[in-house]
Design a protein around this ligand. Structure first.
Ligand SMILES: *Cc1c(COP(=O)(O)O)cnc(C)c1O
Length: 378
């Protein structure tokens, strides 16, 4: 009964928000219960000691789930940090760039640029390629990494521009990837990377935790002293418990990853995500009012960006969609237009609904238009 209430509450709105993003109704229900009385312990998950055996087993279970779902080799560490993906922009450079030749960066958009800006504080940066020339509507694929690069940094999914990398550069430099907005949405080969990081709030759980998956050997290559909170080795050597970890975010991430396992894991969800994005792109390409902004071969399956041929209609469409319970589709402030984020927990039915709303709007507009021409012609 209570379960149904939450499901209904969640489904009242179709949440296409880019982050923090939609979570499954069953996960919200379990999280709500744990806030009041966690596992009948008489304590809330919000007040339980992070050093208690019960919570230590949550951390361990979450790490094991991540290892299982992403097939993480034993030679890699799974770490929980705070400060969001944005903290990783500088932390990566503090750990791996200082005193070395240069950090190589693939500039594919807003978040890549933020990573570049932070890295410049700690050393030399080489931008190996950029898609800025075409408003970041594609992923550059012909470039060379300087032979003395300490690492190559890329962004697997460009949340704001709506592009996604479907293959990763082959390079002799260690590969670092910001996977904030598409981790757990599709299969990856962890061995292709030396370090992966992701803020939790896109596809993993609520904001607060940052996941880092790093090759142990790569972490061992760091030889200089660092502030403890900016030192990956400190997190590794203290089982991500050097200080108080983001308890609630880790706990809800664990619930969400259990949900993901029930969906057939990453391979299962990948099929569903593919279907959802195909459906929406199909409508964007068919509907004469809209067009997609990313180059078709580089279109993201997570964040679908689109605009209207007549920009003066955009505010009206937003209001129209909101009136039907469709929220979170306004494009990022610097790019405008629309962005529908189709993260793991968004059901196919929400995408079907958005497509109907777009078709409905098209009908209204064409009716007004043909009536207008009739009047003008009469
Ligand atoms: C959202 C996002 C970020 C920023 O994440 P925070 O956790 O808010 O710091 C960085 N990179 C990508 C690709 C993102 O989608």
């Amino acid at each position: 009964m209570q379960q149904n209430q939450i499901e209904m509450q969640v489904l009242k709105k179709h949440n296409f928000g880019a982050g923090p993003c939609i979570l499954p109704g069953s996960v919200l229900q379990q999280a709500a219960n744990a806030v009041v009385n966690w596992n009948d312990s008489g304590l809330s998950i919000l007040e339980v000691s992070h050093r208690s055996p019960e919570f230590e087993s949550v951390v361990l279970k979450t790490q094991l789930l991540i290892r299982e779902l992403l097939n993480v080799p034993q030679s890699y560490e799974v770490l929980f940090l705070q400060g969001g993906a944005s903290t990783q922009f500088s932390m990566v450079a503090m750990n791996f760039l200082q005193g070395r030749a240069c950090g190589a960066y693939l500039d594919t958009g807003y978040f890549a640029q933020k990573a570049i800006k932070e890295a410049k504080l700690f050393g030399k940066v080489a931008i190996v390629a950029s898609s800025e020339d075409k408003d970041y509507s594609y992923i550059p694929d012909h470039f060379e990494t300087p032979s003395d690069a300490a690492f190559l940094h890329c962004t697997s999914n460009n949340t704001i521009e709506g592009t996604e990398m479907f293959s990763f550069p082959e390079t002799s430099a260690p590969l670092i990837c910001d996977m904030s907005s598409d981790i757990f949405s599709r299969t990856i080969n962890v061995r292709d990377f030396d370090l992966i990081y992701a803020g939790a709030q896109k596809n993993m759980g609520p904001a607060g935790m940052t996941l880092v998956i790093a090759k142990n050997e790569f972490l061992n290559s760091v030889k200089h002293a660092l502030p403890s909170m900016s030192d990956y080795r400190v997190y590794r050597d203290n089982q991500s418990m050097f200080n108080t970890p983001p308890v609630f975010s880790i706990y809800v991430s664990m619930l969400n990853l259990l949900w993901l396992r029930e969906q057939g894991g990453v391979t299962g969800i990948q099929l569903k995500n593919h279907k959802k994005s195909e459906l929406l792109y199909e409508e964007i390409d068919r509907n004469p009012l809209f067009y997609g902004t990313a180059m078709p071969a580089h279109r993201s399956k997570m964040n679908i960006t689109f605009k209207m041929h007549d920009p003066s209609m955009e505010a009206e469409f937003l209001r129209f969609a909101a009136g039907h319970g469709v929220v979170g589709i306004k494009g990022y402030r610097t790019v405008g237009g629309f962005r529908a984020s189709l993260y793991n927990a968004l059901p196919l039915s929400s995408v079907e609904f958005l497509v109907q709303v777009m078709q409905h709007f098209e009908k209204e507009k064409t009716m007004v238009y043909s009536m207008g021409t009739q009047i003008a012609g009469s």
